[in-house]
Design a binder for this molecule. Structure first.
Ligand code: GDP
Ligand code: GDP
Length: 467
């Protein structure tokens, strides 16, 4: 087996983007400063870290700014040059909240010309305030920015994934293509120890399903019916830092893992107060899942909490399935279904076309259909569309509806490609990405959904500059 070598990563970027914050997060309490002797000019510090199964030496260059008093740009160059001497990869950090500055652009150009491996990180990416900064970051010409929040530990799995291609392996035995670990197989224990926002346990190959909904809709009843009494309920497992509980079984021969849900908690007689769905709890559950089943009461009430949960699922890029429970108690089934669909359509346009299954958790009705639907949603979430096919479709779409004129010039849409699945994420190359109206992106996303048969799939569209 080849052994992965330690990767040295230098964090560079203008002051205040969050370099030290990331350094501290990665290195954690085990901080082992190198060359940090008092009295010696500290122009960089380095420490070892293990993140998601990856051994890193992280070099923080933040201290260098105080060392020289010439222009900031000259200092940044010098700090980077120094760091480059010892780094395998440069992590160029920008501030997604502040947006891309002239200095960032200038520096990016210089980095691009240096021909060094660079990974672009857009920090402070938590929340909506970072959205436009993230899009701007594409224009730096350094590839897809990884969205992270050093302060909140978000995006660390993407961070690790972005670094994986640079890991060299020590030859032991026959040479072969470098085996790159899936982020799903990251070392969760180490990540948890470092307080990183990686999955709290090694992600199994099983479909990860969560059942959410407001109290009393029938979540516990559903869990019981699905899983049955004979199943093993697993408590907090070794290596888990969080009080997660899960249960595993298989469905038509395929493994399913039901992750931490209110229903499971109740079944495991975890304190009742945990049943209260704080947004933070719900988010945590959603992030653990591939497919989220939102249970609604068939009485037709769709309240704010239901909509909030559904919106979170879509925003987090998870696959959503809606279960209309207590269907056995509904008199006029046809009217009830229509009413619920209308309500969903008006209140939740993001989830247009989302699969809705009517069930009775109590009587065990339609649970087969529910699981079939969950697997179907999972397959679509994993969907990959060949580039040639995408671009044929794109041509038709842009011919039918050309992109608008901005300042008298027509925006040019060049090309499209799927950059990843889970959820399906597409990069669209546009002459002036910032100017492409939201409406036009939506036109394309809706078209993709329709033509390629992905109802209810949280499709993501990234705009990139392509000239
Ligand atoms: P450096 O000069 O690049 O090393 O930046 P610092 O690590 O000192 O961070 C600058 C400021 O940004 C500090 O106030 C941090 O708390 C803040 N900061 C760092 N990371 C984040 C983040 O992910 N989100 C937000 N909102 N603030 C952050
Ligand atoms: P939770 O709070 O979402 O976990 O909801 P529970 O599973 O505790 O169920 C709340 C109530 O709804 C209980 O009285 C259940 O018996 C009832 N219930 C759950 N599922 C169904 C169903 O499919 N049909 C009917 N008629 N009642 C149900």
């Amino acid at each position: 087996m080849p052994v992965a070598q330690r990767l040295t990563v230098a964090i560079v970027g203008r002051p205040n983007v969050g370099k030290s914050t990331l350094f501290n997060r990665l290195v954690g309490k085990k901080l082992a400063l190198v060359d940090d002797t008092p009295g010696v000019t500290r122009d960089w510090r380095a420490a070892d870290a293990r993140v998601g199964g990856l051994d890193l030496t992280v070099v923080d260059t933040a201290g260098l700014e105080e060392v020289f008093d010439d222009s900031l740009e000259a200092r940044m160059r010098r700090q980077t040059e120094r760091a480059m001497e010892r780094a395998d990869v440069i992590l160029f950090m920008v501030d997604a909240r502040a947006g891309i500055t002239g200095m960032d652009r200038h520096f990016a150009t210089w980095l691009r010309r240096s021909n060094r491996p660079v990974v672009l990180a857009a920090n402070k990416a938590e929340g909506a305030a970072a959205r436009s900064g993230l899009i701007e970051a594409y224009e730096l010409g350094l590839g897809e920015p990884i969205a992270i929040s050093a302060e909140h530990g978000e995006g660390m799995a993407d961070f690790v994934q972005a670094l994986l291609p640079f890991v060299k392996e020590e030859e032991e035995g026959e040479a072969g293509e470098a085996e790159v670990a899936e982020p799903a197989e990251l070392d969760a224990e180490a990540a948890a120890a470092a307080g990183l926002d990686l999955p709290a346990e090694p992600e199994p190959k099983a479909l990860q399903m969560a059942i959410v909904g407001r109290p009393n809709v029938g979540k516990s009843t559903l869990v019981n019916s699905l899983v049955g009494e004979e199943r093993v309920l697993t408590g907090p497992e070794a290596g888990m830092t969080r009080d997660a509980i899960a249960v595993e079984w298989s469905w038509k021969g395929r493994p399913v893992r039901l992750v931490d849900t209110a229903g499971l908690r109740k079944r495991a007689r975890v304190e009742a107060k945990l049943e209260k769905l704080a947004v933070a709890d719900t988010l945590r559950v959603i992030r653990m899942a591939h497919v989220v089943v939102l249970v609604l009461d068939a009485d037709g009430i769709l309240d704010k909490q239901d909509l909030t949960i559904a919106r979170l699922v879509v925003e987090e890029g998870r696959s959503l399935v809606i279960a209309l429970n207590k269907w056995d108690a509904v008199q006029d089934k046809q009217a009830a279904l229509q009413q619920m669909k209308d309500r969903l359509q008006t209140s939740l346009p993001q989830a247009r076309g989302v699969h809705t299954v009517t069930i009775s958790a109590l009587k065990g009705q339609k649970l087969d259909t529910l699981l079939d639907t969950v697997f179907e949603a999972y397959a679509l979430w994993n969907r990959r569309i060949p580039t040639a096919q995408l671009n044929r479709w794109l041509k038709e779409m842009t011919e039918a509806h050309p992109p608008p004129l901005v300042d008298g010039r027509r925006l040019k849409i060049r090309y499209m490609t799927q950059v990843k699945a889970r959820p399906p994420t597409f990069a669209l190359f546009v002459s002036r990405p910032v100017e492409l109206p939201e409406q036009y992106s939506r036109y394309l996303v809706n078209g993709l959904r329709e033509v390629f048969g992905m109802p209810g799939v949280p499709i993501r569209m990234l705009l990139r500059k392509g000239s």
